[in-house]
Design a binder for this molecule. Sequence first.
Ligand code: KG4
Ligand code: ZN
Length: 335
Amino acid sequence: MGKLIFAIESSCDETAAAVVEDGRKILSDVIYTQIKDHAEFGGVVPEIASRAHVEKITPVVRKALMESGASWKDISAIAVTKGPGLVGSLLVGVNFAKTLAFSLGLPLIGVNHIEGHISANYLEHQDLEPPYGCLVVSGGHTHLLSVDDYGQMRVLARTRDDAAGEAFDKVSRTLGLGYPGGPAIERAAVKGDPKAIEFPRARIDEAPMDFSFSGLKSAVLNYINKQKMKGDKVNPYDVSASFQEAVIDVLSEHTRMAIRQNLWKKIAMGGGVSANGALRQRMEDMAKEEGAVLYYPSPRLCTDNAAMIGAAGYYRFIKGERADLALNADPSLRL
Ligand code: KG4
Ligand code: ZN
């Protein structure tokens, strides 16, 4: 048996625990999603999230250990998401991980959630090794990064305002399609025309690879309001398809710029939005045109999970990195 990392993730609305072997192999991967607790509010309610984490973390941890077939004495270290995320949610996982590490006498590793999303790729692509480029697109983050080595990355571009997933969620709420917005918009977009409405593709002159999605979100709202004022119908399928097309155009073209600038031969994607089928297809086509190989995790590993934290934690563990029991949640942790 290799080195087993027991990982915990609780940064937003998923309570998750996993056992990962040598950073590459999932022995167990348990996710309790709180989606139904938040759906009626159209987004994550922090207080409800913290409370649900407190209720679920013990059974989720137990299940992850049991399903792995391992026992605590087989575990080499405890890894936990220390940020970024919702502070009350993060604290539940961090405190649970500290308690486990202390009582079992195991090393503790604090992991950055974004590094987790990137590392999800190691669980399914055994040939993927740094250096490579990466696009992280989730509900809270939109980053283009250079992954120079395990646990060593540079942010090349980021969003100036909303994250891509946040834009999906807000547009979905406006159209009354429900939460989470990404999958709802993707389903609606299949029935619509991506060229029906011309929504803006923002460009920031002094930083052309940076992203901005708040203007796009406002353009969708304005369009809907104008239609209503004119007494015209809003076709939710066309709005979804045209909005999604604008997001995909921007994400793929900025990634193309980064590939050319950095001469990447390999690029990866991660985060909830990278589960989007239309985005995956466009990124595949773009990567092929640029002579690069594209990697992305299966949808379950794109959205929040603890296995990705186990993968990232493993590479920090073998480098000798250790957190002490003063480890704290950092809601705005940077890479
Ligand atoms: O990575 P994630 O689970 O949590 C964060 O770290 O934020 O990402 C959640 C985000 C949500 O905004 C959700 O709407 C979006 O990912 N998402 C999608 C899809 N599935 C999830 N966006 C577009 N298409 C999807 N299929
Ligand atoms: Zn995430």
